[in-house]
Design a protein around this ligand. Sequence first.
Ligand SMILES: [Zn+2]
Length: 144
Amino acid sequence: MSLHDPHHYVRRVVLPSGKTIEVVYFEDQQLASATPVAATPAPSQDDVSDLHVCGSCSSTLVYPTEWEEAGTTHWEVTLRCPNCEWVGTGIFEQDLVERFDEELDRGTEALVRDLKRLAHANMEDEIERFTTALTEDHIVPEDF
Ligand SMILES: [Zn+2]
């Protein structure tokens, strides 16, 4: 859960190189386990389905720019869609916000996996170049 930090949703990710970057990431593909929106009408919340789905353009990249507690069971969340620039604020039930948070967590985990793969691939590439340079005598003791 990341609800403890309501005003800064940005995640810090430490890369294998030791660098820290800040990321905001959203799941852009339907997960196999995702429940089709049409199959889960939420009559109590008129028209609100999953918060990561844009009500304006149906993009699944919507993310929170701000959220704060609104009573004990609700959250006031400001959302932004990076696809169509839609911005809106609403008050949502705890359950819905938790589901949204899990969705964002999944996105963050996917990004970290990608970053690690990428960093690993870059490292292999560099080692390969270094090895090639060594074996072809492009690196000589004078270089050090
Ligand atoms: Zn949108």
